[in-house]
Structures are given as structure tokens and as C-alpha cells.
Design a protein around this ligand. Sequence first.
Ligand SMILES: CCCCCCCCCC(=O)SCCNC(=O)CCNC(=O)[C@H](O)C(C)(C)COP(=O)(O)OP(=O)(O)OC[C@H]1O[C@@H](n2cnc3c(N)ncnc32)[C@H](O)[C@@H]1OP(=O)(O)O
Length: 223
Amino acid sequence: MLRNCARLLLRGTALSVRPQAVHSVRCSFPGITRTFAEEQPRDYGFPNATWNSNMMGLYQTYLAQCNGGGWRKIPSYNTTVHHIAGDPLDPARETRLFTRNLDQDGDGFEYCMFYNKAERRMVCLFQPGPYLEGPPGYTHGGCIATIIDSTAGAGAVYLCGSVMTANLNINYKNPIRLGSTVIVDSKVEKIENRKVYTTCHIRSHDDTVLHTESTVLFIKLNV
Ligand SMILES: CCCCCCCCCC(=O)SCCNC(=O)CCNC(=O)[C@H](O)C(C)(C)COP(=O)(O)OP(=O)(O)OC[C@H]1O[C@@H](n2cnc3c(N)ncnc32)[C@H](O)[C@@H]1OP(=O)(O)O
């Protein structure tokens, strides 16, 4: 049963999304204007007005490396597919991805991801919002664990297909100020049968501060 649930959850999180809510969103930034078709689910990995200048600068830097530089931008939706035969979830029920569960842009997890298959890396540009507070003014450790798990998990999924987190170890080195921009950099180091070993570091936007170092073990499900 647990295994089936895991399959359903992770199959959904992998590479496709349920075409669900109707969104009509316009994002305008210097050089970037996008209007989303009504029936298209919103890709939350595109800039919005709450992104600070460091977030925008890094976004443009990674985006530039998507043209022949080995990177590609990963779409980010607010829900996962669970309309699969035998799904124990009620198909009529709305679910939301934990990291995309707030309605107001900027309040919670603001992030976008870029994937480099050759380097087995998934990089997440992350700007924690005010509703992720732990210590006054700083990001809650559980939220930091979440963005590590999500980034390393996405990297494992893009390389290996459906996986489930089995173990997550974090050394918290320096607190992350709310509203700042950090780089979550994960890498698949080793694959042994069903076990996918990853490392993940979080550094400040300018690479001067190491916030966390971590290892995450994922177990492949569809083997
Ligand atoms: C694009 C979008 C991407 C989104 C990414 C999303 C990231 C978020 C991911 C999550 O949040 S997942 C939710 C949190 N994780 C869980 O709830 C997992 C709960 N645990 C389980 O479901 C099962 O324990 C698990 C699927 C991980 C493994 O159960 P299995 O029955 O499939 O495997 P098994 O126990 O036989 O172990 C398989 C191998 O892994 C090893 N293993 C399992 N758990 C381990 C562990 N904790 N530490 C070390 N090794 C472990 C185990 O020893 C064995 O090694 P060997 O093949 O060498 O014998």
C-alpha cells in the first residue's frame, strides 16, 4: 500500500502535471513579458514582481546558459498528477504542492530550478518569503529542509524517474535571512541499484556564505 502511494505521488511529481486550474497571469520585467493562455497551468518558475534583484540577476544568468550551455529551465506547477487508475485520492479533491500552497506571490517559497543532465545537477534559486519564518527574521529549518528535499528530489527524478526520499541529513551552518536569495545546488553523486545518493549545498547569492551542506538518499520506485 505504502509503495503504491509512493508510486502515485512521485509519478505525479516527476515530469507531468494535471492540467487543472485556469490561470491567466501576466509577468512583466525588463526584457521579459509573458502572457499565459487561459487553459495553460501557470509555471511558477517564471519571475514575478516579488523577486528581488539578486533573484532576477541569477535567473538571467542561468537562463543565458540554457542556450547551448548545458542547462535547462524546469517548469514548476502548484499541483501534481494523481488521476491514475487505482488512485486512493479523491480525483475531485484539490491538492497543492507543499512549496506552492500560498496564493500570494512572495509570501512563501519563491523559487525556480535549472537542470544540467551532464553534470547531474539541479540548481534552485530560492527566495524565502515572510511566512517561512523560524527565528526572527530568518528562515525556518524545516523550510530549508523542504527546499533541499525538493531540489535534490527533482534532480533524482529527472535522472532516474520516480524516487522517494529515504534519508535526509543537514548541517545548518549559517541562517538564511528572509527575503534574501540563495542558491540550492544539488548533485547526484552515485547510483547503486535502487539507491540514489545526492549532495546538496546552499550558498548565498554571491557565493560568499555557506548556509547548509547536506546529503539526501533517494530510493528508486519503478525498477
Ligand atoms: C519534479 C518534481 C520533483 C519533486 C521532488 C519531490 C521531493 C520530495 C520527496 C518526498 O518528500 S518523499 C516523502 C518522504 N519520504 C517518505 O515518506 C518515504 C517513506 N519510506 C518509504 O516509502 C520506503 O521506506 C522507501 C520507498 C524509501 C523504501 O522502501 P522499499 O520497500 O521500496 O525499499 P527497501 O526497504 O527494500 O530498501 C531498498 C534499498 O534501499 C535501502 N534503504 C531504504 N531505506 C534506507 C535508509 N533510510 N537508509 C539507507 N538505506 C535505505 C535498503 O537497505 C535497500 O538496500 P539494498 O537494495 O542494498 O538491500
